[in-house]
Structures are given as C-alpha cells and as structure tokens.
Design a protein around this ligand. Sequence first.
Ligand code: ADP
Length: 278
Amino acid sequence: MSKSETSPKIQTTIETGDEAPRDAPLSQEETIIETRDVDVHYGDDQALNGVSMDIAEHHVTALIGPSGCGKSTFLRCLNRMNDMIDVCQVDGDVVFNGTNVYDDDVDPVALRRKIGIVFQKPNPFPKSIRENVAYGLKIQGYDGDVDARVEESLKRAALWDEVNDQLDTSGLDLSGGQQQRLCIARAIAPDPEVILMDEPTSALDPIAASKIEDLIDDLATEYTVVIVTHNMQQAARISDRTAVFLTGGRLVEYDDTTTIFEDPDEQRVEDYITGKFG
Ligand code: ADP
C-alpha cells in the first residue's frame, strides 16, 4: 500500500495569497506538534512568516522549497535549536504534546531529548562509537543499562551489525554514511518522540543516502520524522506529507505527498515541483 493511501487528509491553515485559508480535518490525536503563526526574525530580516502547521505522529513530513525560504529555520523552531542563535527571534506557538515549547518553564535541553535533531554533515564527537551513543544518556543521568541502550539504539539506526565488534573505536573512523547513522543512533538513545533531520543525506554518496532513506522509513513506525530536503525525488519517495515553503518564509501548501507532487492546489507549487523555478 502506498503511503498516500494510508494518509488521512491533513489539517492545514495556509497562507494562499488572496484566498481564504484552506482547512481540512486531521483528527487531534494524530497531531504531535502544532505550530501556530510562527514568525522568525534574524535581526531585522524576517525568515518565517506566519507558519501554521500540524505535524502528524508516526509519519514522515518533508519540508521542501528553494534555498533560503526558511525550511531549516522552521525545523530548528520545533526543538528550540534557534535559541542558540543570538539574533534569532521566534514568535508564535509551537505546541508539542499540548505544551508550548517556548513557555518559560520548558527546559530546552530536556526538550531536545524528546525532539532530537540530525544535521546535514555527520558530526560524531571525537569519541568511541559507544560513547557517542551513550552521550545523551550520561547527561540526563540515565541509571539503566547503558550498554543495552547503546545496542538497542545502534540496532534501530541499522548500524549494529556493522560496528558491534568495534564499539570502542572512534566514531570518526567510520564512513560518512555510518557516521550519519551513528548520529541517528545518538538521537535515538534518549528515547525521543520526534527526530528532526536537516538534509541528512546531502553530504553522502548515493548508496549511503539510500540506506538512510530506508532507515527513515523504518524509523517512522516508532518515531515522528520531520525532514528538510532539497531533493524533491527524495521527498516524494520517503514522506507521507509534504510542506512547500516558498519565498518570504511562507508555507504555501501542505498536503499528503502524492497530492503535492501530482495535483497541487497552487500554480506556484506546481511550477516549483516541475522545475520552472527554484
Ligand atoms: P532554507 O533551509 O530554506 O535554505 P534557512 O532557514 O537556512 O532556509 O534560511 C532562511 C533565511 O534566514 C535566509 O535568508 C538565511 O540567510 C537566513 N538565516 C538562516 N540562518 C541564519 C543565521 N544564523 N543568522 C542570520 N540569518 C540566517
């Protein structure tokens, strides 16, 4: 069964130029993160403009659009990674499991254990494979069986079979694709609910990239995945839903992936998908 056949219509409140916002039902229990009117400024420059979007639990949501339209900025809003950028100002709500992650009493470090992130360039620590995966557990004072959690995380990241006899060698000695799966294992270890991925395959060769794509498909059975990709074929292959950002930091269309790629509402989305610009 294709992903789209299993995807209910998603709820969207989308800026569509002169038209009224388009709303379609998505039952509440399927939404794990809800953003409302998210604006982001870097100093005087606005990077996101009124982004409202419901992210469905246990699905893969792809964020696509031309470079500079705010996809990574939006991704980083979801687990407050933008807090690390001094000039960055986020307004609006990002509600995760009923709590606004920007509330004063939310601990961003604890939040990032629940909403992990994997970046474009694999960035293992200069430590052993075991220590890379156990890193987050140590910080949180995990008092369970660390080795068991390391093994489980490496298995979930489809890396265990390749590294189980070399857990004490440096993570930096692995290939690029293995390093990226190590970073995914590191994100998995603290038992997140959501995994954010910012162009996770763009620094990898096609075979390594294809392994990560297969892995993302598996991960969605247990986690919610939100992925920024500049590769439209990748979005079409791996995602259930696709959000299209265009210039001005606006979300212009968000729907199940098949609809976005085969029958988008917006002409400018069709133009982008068919390569007329961007
Ligand atoms: P995308 O992921 O779609 O390529 P980004 O979110 O990276 O877009 O960038 C959106 C806009 O925000 C761009 O104009 C970019 O230059 C700006 N921007 C992104 N990160 C920063 C930053 N750390 N400081 C200042 N401006 C930034």
